[in-house]
Ligand binder design. Structure first.
Ligand code: NDP
Length: 241
């Protein structure tokens, strides 16, 4: 059955690949982004609708909810995907990096839930793109892991408070996935090649790609997963073992 799904951060990586797959299934897909040019390019390539919304801007999130309501758009699915990862050892961590990480990966998705809950159908499915960093202690990931774990903790309460409205929230915990996130984290091409090489030692034998994550997004959005509440699907190729 065709659904209406909004994906935050649809300009690249997992969000882009999810939008492409959901659109190909015949769903109505909307993506958000923080950069108008990147957003327009992605929307035109994907043939989906785009709404500018910086996940760290509370007013923009409220405006997004109002716009959906005004346009009569009811969401069957919401993929809280927009996220950042700026790795830092504890000794190099900064207040500013902690703030931007918490704002993007925790406060933004949290306030999206508040702003968009009233525009959701009954039933509706929310998929949070978390990280294996929540369960596997990995150097340089402390603030990032905490930001993802913070939303997962809030999601438990959301599953209880919003159950009467038919809204359920589940998380996917990807392992290392080749997207733009590595370059945005400051890694060079050589660094990324070295990372990919090192991951050949994983049980899956390679770095992941967005295509490894998308089927889980599709499943959690589908009615087949209606009984899943506050689930955490780890897709990490064995990274956490
Ligand atoms: P990308 O950098 O390719 O995609 C991230 C998306 O989020 C982009 O569209 C980006 O927009 C958007 N975004 C970032 N900040 C904001 C903001 N403030 N407002 C709106 N949009 C924003 O990375 P991935 O596809 O890898 O990341 C997707 C999710 O997957 C993230 O939540 C990430 O933490 C998670 N994840 C990724 C892993 C990996 O190894 N790749 C592993 C585990 C989890 P813009 O184009 O402007 O940058």
């Amino acid at each position: 059955m065709s659904k209406t799904v909004l994906i935050t951060g649809g300009t690249s990586g997992i969000g882009y690949a999810s939008a492409k797959a959901l659109k190909a299934e015949g769903n109505r897909v909307l993506i958000t982004g923080r950069d108008q040019a990147r957003l327009d390019k992605a929307a035109s390539e994907l043939g989906v609708e785009a709404i500018l919304c910086d996940s760290t801007n509370a007013a923009a999130i409220v405006a997004l909810g109002k716009r959906l309501a005004k346009d009569g758009i009811t969401l069957d699915g919401l993929v809280l995907n927009a996220g950042i990862f700026y790795p830092r050892a504890i000794s190099d961590e900064s207040w500013d990096n902690i703030q931007v990480t918490m704002n993007t990966n925790f406060a933004g998705p949290f306030m999206m839930m508040q702003a968009l809950a009233g525009t959701m159908s009954n039933p509706a499915s929310v998929v949070f793109i978390s990280s294996v960093a929540v369960e596997k202690a990995h150097p340089t990931c402390a603030a990032y892991a905490a930001s993802k774990a913070a939303f997962e903790a809030a999601a438990g309460v959301m599953n209880v408070e919003l159950a009467a409205s038919g809204i359920r929230v589940n998380s996917i915990r990807p392992g290392v996935t080749l997207t733009e996130i590595q370059k945005k984290a400051g890694m060079s091409d050589e660094d990324i090649a070295g990372l990919a090489e090192s991951l050949k030692g994983l049980p899956v034998g390679r770095i992941l790609s967005p295509a490894d994550i998308v089927p889980a997004v599709q499943y959690l959005l589908s009615d087949a997963s209606i009984a899943m509440r506050n689930g955490h699907m780890t897709i990490d190729g064995g990274f956490g073992l």
